[in-house]
Design a protein around this ligand. Structure first.
Ligand code: AMP
Length: 208
């Protein structure tokens, strides 16, 4: 199964991806995670990407596309993959389709996790992430419940950046819903429920 997860920042894409990966052994390709790792490592890519990420803007397409291409070629992606946070605009979606077609692959399904904007703002403000394993929790988690690591607030989950990220989503990424609907690949789940319920709906929508 080759899946694209669509939805605003904070909709729950990362959480659904983590569960699907644990249950079905597919590769989790999160461009946000890949970029944060590049920033942490201090690589040239990380230095270039950081200024866009801190402002809640999209990192230039070519930088992200190169990262994804490399990741799609890795061994663990050959059994299937979940793209989380990519594509983020039409240019990335069109490039993805042509890269996959050159690899004799395609996207099976684009799943939109649909959540209202006011819910998103509350979720992002409360979101905390584990510095060690990337687990996503809330301000109520003193330490990571998975590995005991330190929980921190991502710079781009701070109030001044959240609004810009949502604007960028509406302008650049939301049009992909129509892109995948036009290809007959769009499925939608209501993401405004408890995690277990959203996951059950996700598996049903994906026919799993
Ligand atoms: P995320 O963890 O998916 O919310 O991504 C965090 C930040 O990384 C975004 O706000 C962007 O600055 C950058 N980013 C992640 N994925 C992409 C992408 N596909 N295209 C451009 N920038 C991206």
């Amino acid at each position: 199964m080759n899946i694209v997860l669509l939805g605003a920042p904070g909709a729950g894409k990362g959480t659904m991806a983590q569960r699907l990966v644990a249950d079905f052994g597919v590769a989790h390709i999160s461009t946000g995670d890949l970029l944060r790792a590049a920033v942490k490592s201090g690589s040239e890519l990380g230095v270039q990407a950081k200024k866009y990420m801190d402002a809640g803007e999209l990192v230039p397409d070519q930088l992200v596309i190169d990262l994804v291409k490399e990741r799609l070629g890795a061994d663990d992606a050959q059994r299937g993959f979940i793209l989380d946070g990519f594509p983020r605009n039409t240019m990335q979606a069109v490039t993805l389709d042509s890269e996959l077609s050159a690899m004799d692959k395609s996207i099976d399904c684009a799943l939109l996790i649909d959540v209202q904007a006011d819910v998103i703002v509350n979720r992002l403000s409360a979101r905390r992430t584990c510095r060690a394993c990337g687990y996503t929790g809330t301000a109520a988690d003193a330490v990571c419940p998975t590995c005991g690591g330190e929980m921190y607030q991502r710079d781009d989950d701070k109030p001044e950046t959240i609004k810009n990220r949502l604007d960028v989503y509406d302008k650049n990424t939301a049009p992909l819903v129509e892109y995948y609907r036009g290809q007959g690949k769009l499925k939608i789940v209501d993401g405004d429920h408890a995690i277990d319920e959203v996951y059950a709906a996700t598996k049903e929508a994906l026919g799993l």
